[in-house]
Design a binder for this molecule. Structure first.
Ligand code: PEP
Length: 251
């Protein structure tokens, strides 16, 4: 991978029943079809129940599908979990790991996230590895150190620019309407880039997404920051026009 194409990824979280998900996916596919050639990649990550129908709706139209989490094992006695190969079987090419809601609500440590990412790679998925500091950590001046430590613990051996995306999502900006300023984002993304260059062969080609209350009104400024290679979008990915507006702001 030479040039880093922007990746606009929608994380639907635990939202949507069958009819909603299919309509949302179809609406996004329609927009892409109508636009023709675009300069960005689109990814949608529906809840697990909707991966099959959503994959069927977007098949062949250039919208990728991802899971929101995976288990590090391929199969076995893990009630309620989904393996990377199951995600591939259902039509996924990406999976999010280490989202702050998993780190916080499920107490997921870095080592588990690294194991999930490694399992995702082994199954042929691209892992979107999420990192980001809490408000208390930022206010204590620890944002850079927290992110560096998460990168060190969460990126497994065998990561490459082709199988890994990093998402910087300050926890205090997720779902709050609060944004990191472009200057804050620039500082952390530059530090992530420097880390990736040391850590991963081809680290200069790994895409680094920003996430946290990205919407159409702020996407242009955020996407223009150096080393911001796209967005991980929660709330604004649930409406076709909002999600498409963010993607279109990359052009
Ligand atoms: C997210 O959950 O990854 C996210 C960025 O959410 P929101 O866009 O709603 O802040």
């Amino acid at each position: 991978m030479g040039e880093r194409r922007k990746l606009i990824a929608g994380n639907w979280k635990m939202n949507g029943l069958h009819a909603d998900g299919v309509a949302l996916a179809a609406g996004i596919a329609e927009k892409l079809k109508a636009a023709g050639v675009v300069s960005f990649d689109l990814l949608i990550c529906p809840p697990a129940t909707l991966i099959w129908p959503v994959s069927a709706v977007v098949k062949g139209c250039g919208v990728a599908v991802g899971g929101q989490d995976c288990h590090p094992k391929t199969s076995g006695a893990h009630t309620g979990d989904i393996s990377p190969s199951m995600l591939v079987d259902a039509g996924c090419s990406y999976v999010i790991v280490g989202h702050s809601e998993r780190r916080q609500d499920h107490k997921e440590p870095d080592a588990l996230i690294a194991a999930k990412a490694a399992a995702a790679h082994a199954a042929g998925l691209t892992a979107i590895i999420c990192v980001g500091e809490t408000l208390a950590q930022r206010e204590a001046g620890q944002a850079g150190a927290v992110v560096a430590s998460q990168l060190s613990g969460s990126i497994p051996a065998g990561s490459t620019a082709a199988n890994t995306v990093v998402a910087y999502e300050p926890v205090w900006a997720i779902g709050t309407g609060r944004n990191a300023t472009p200057a804050d984002v620039a500082e952390i993304h530059a530090a992530i880039r420097a880390d990736l260059i040391k850590r991963i062969p081809g680290g200069s080609c790994v895409r680094i997404l920003y996430g946290g209350s990205v919407k159409q009104s702020n996407a242009g400024d955020l996407m223009a920051v150096p080393d911001v290679d796209g967005a991980l979008v929660g709330g604004a990915s649930l409406k076709v026009d909002d999600f498409w507006g963010i993607a279109a702001s990359c052009c």
